[in-house]
Write a protein that binds this ligand. Structure first.
Ligand code: ZN
Length: 135
């Protein structure tokens, strides 16, 4: 894989990146209102609880929306274009931005079932969750 911009974990997001490094997708879960939430935050967006817990999620979801980027938004992405940038809606509810890999770009569709995969970013120890068509 080519060089990418390297995410800089914060105290709040470190558990997410640590889990990705283990090949696991995690989200914060609110025991008070029984919902998963993403992106990471200090309080539940629904009930305000600060008792959020990190939990592994299925990694399965569907493409909620996507675009094919033909021109790089940053020079580091130049050799990766065209690429599919998508909003994936997980089975557990949260949506996240990611890349769709392992499929011809013309076959990417809204509603396509996908599953998480993990890519090590070159020249780093950061693992990036990406999505590919579900098996
Ligand atoms: Zn809550």
């Amino acid at each position: 894989m080519s060089a990418r911009l390297i995410p800089a974990p914060t105290e709040l997001t470190q558990p997410y990146w640590d889990a990705a490094g283990r090949g696991e997708l995690v989200m914060q879960f609110c025991p008070s209102c029984n919902q998963s939430t993403f992106p990471p935050r200090a309080h539940c967006p629904d009930c305000g609880s600060s008792e959020l817990e990190w939990q592994a999620v299925s990694g399965r979801g569907t493409i909620y929306s996507y675009t094919i980027a033909h021109r790089p938004a940053h020079p580091v992405f130049a050799d990766q274009c065209p690429m599919a940038i998508a909003v994936v809606e997980l089975e557990e509810g949260p949506r996240l931005f990611s890349n769709i890999v392992g499929v011809e770009l013309e076959n990417v569709t809204v509603g396509m079932p996908v599953q998480v995969a993990f890519e090590l970013i070159d020249d780093s120890d950061v693992v990036l969750p990406v999505f590919s068509p579900a098996q």
